[in-house]
Design a protein around this ligand. Structure first.
Ligand code: KG4
Ligand code: ZN
Length: 367
């Protein structure tokens, strides 16, 4: 009798626990994570390919696919081990179907399909950008709607209105480079290595943000669209007018390019340039957020994606706008699979499953 009650109790608990395995391979990170009930991160494993791409100053698609193929099995295995969950306990497997590099996406999608097919587990397709938005929603159940979501990374600078979870309206997007891409390109130009965002962010505090005046972009048509190519050209013009060739070579030649070593290898003028560049990027982002928040009477502002880690942005956001901001925790801002598993949970509840004909879509749209 006691045994029977105990067994029923275990069955009940298992029903209350919905474990979803998330798999993400859209760019240069192979990631797997197990998330319980859409919120509790049981494991979050990310295998980055920084060393592979660093010498090229950006992601090389063919190399990325090859690295995903190498990493996918051990990364998934590690995520399951760390979560102490076995395949039979999984309610579903969620995978990023797009957007991203098609060869990279294919590795995750094919592996997720095979695992689901072999184990008879439902498959859930997740949009990468929706994943980023859930990296913030999953940790902040108090977020009030309507909300604005700014997804700002190496591939995206997209601004959405969220009427509720799962309902997105695109308000504006970049017409050229994404903000993270601008960071990466400027860092490459100045000899700072890849990825440029975290490096320039850390160095920005040593310079004067008002030293170099860049022109802010003006968008004809939709004032909520973004553009960073003018700023990038502004940095290029500055380098042409200043003799910094030697310091660029010095930085490129550093054996161990730590922040301290990079700072020592940079003139005050370069540090001022970096601080001014960062100041301008943040200005561009905050200006649009203020206009959009006013237009839709936003109660909350979600900022997600790699650039959401930016210290300068976090520092200035609420102070300068008075709006209520939500940022992801460290480990959830850049690409990861916990956000994919979290985004899949509402779809799981709605039984929104994908078929085995699911395809990887390089240019998948969210709204
Ligand atoms: O979200 P993510 O990992 O990948 C994409 O979906 O693109 O974002 C990576 C991007 C890179 O461009 C990187 O330079 C940028 O985010 N990033 C940052 C910071 N940390 C990462 N940009 C500015 N400040 C940072 N602290
Ligand atoms: Zn991303």
């Amino acid at each position: 009798m006691r045994d029977q009650i105990f067994r029923q109790f275990i069955i009940k608990i298992r029903r209350l626990q919905t474990f979803i395995l998330g798999i993400e391979s859209s760019c240069d990170e192979t990631a797997a994570a197990v998330v319980e009930n859409g919120r509790r991160v049981r494991s979050n494993v990310v295998a980055a390919q920084l060393d592979t791409h660093a010498k090229y100053g950006g992601v090389v698609p063919e190399l990325a696919s090859r690295e995903h193929l190498r990493a996918i099995v051990p990364v998934v295995r590690q995520a399951m081990d760390e979560a102490a969950v076995d395949l039979q306990q999984l309610a579903a497997i969620a995978v990023t179907a797009g957007p991203g590099l098609v060869g990279s996406l294919l590795v995750g999608v094919t592996y997720a399909k095979a695992l689901c097919f072999a184990r008879g587990i439902p498959l859930i397709s997740v949009h990468h950008v929706e994943g980023h938005i859930h990296s913030v929603l999953m940790e902040n159940p108090e977020i009030r709607f309507p909300a604005l979501a700014l997804v700002v990374s190496g591939g995206h600078t997209h601004l959405f209105q969220l009427h509720e979870v799962g309902s997105y309206r695109l308000l504006g997007k970049t017409r050229d480079d994404a903000a993270g891409e601008a960071y990466d390109k400027v860092a490459k130009l100045l000899g700072f290595g890849y990825p440029g965002g975290p490096i320039l962010d850390q160095l920005a505090r040593y310079g004067n943000p008002h030293a170099v005046k860049f022109t802010l972009s003006r968008m004809k048509g939709n004032e909520l669209d973004f553009s960073f190519s003018g700023l990038k050209t502004g940095v290029l013009r500055w380098t042409e007018q200043h003799d910094i060739k030697d310091e660029i070579e010095k930085r490129r030649g550093l054996e161990r390019p730590t922040i301290d070593a990079l700072r020592t290898a940079s003139s005050n003028a370069t540090l001022d340039l970096i601080a001014s560049f960062q100041h301008t990027v943040i200005e561009e982002l905050l200006r649009r957020l203020v206009i959009a928040a006013d237009q839709i009477c936003a109660e909350s502002i979600i900022v997600a994606g790699g650039v959401a880690s930016n210290a300068g942005l976090r520092e200035r956001a609420t102070r300068e706008t008075g709006l209520t901001f939500y940022f992801p925790s460290p480990g959830l801002a850049t690409d990861n699979a916990a956000m994919i598993a979290a985004a899949a949970f509402p779809k799981f509840e709605r039984h929104e499953f994908a078929g085995f004909d699911l395809k990887a879509h390089a240019g998948l749209m969210l709204a």
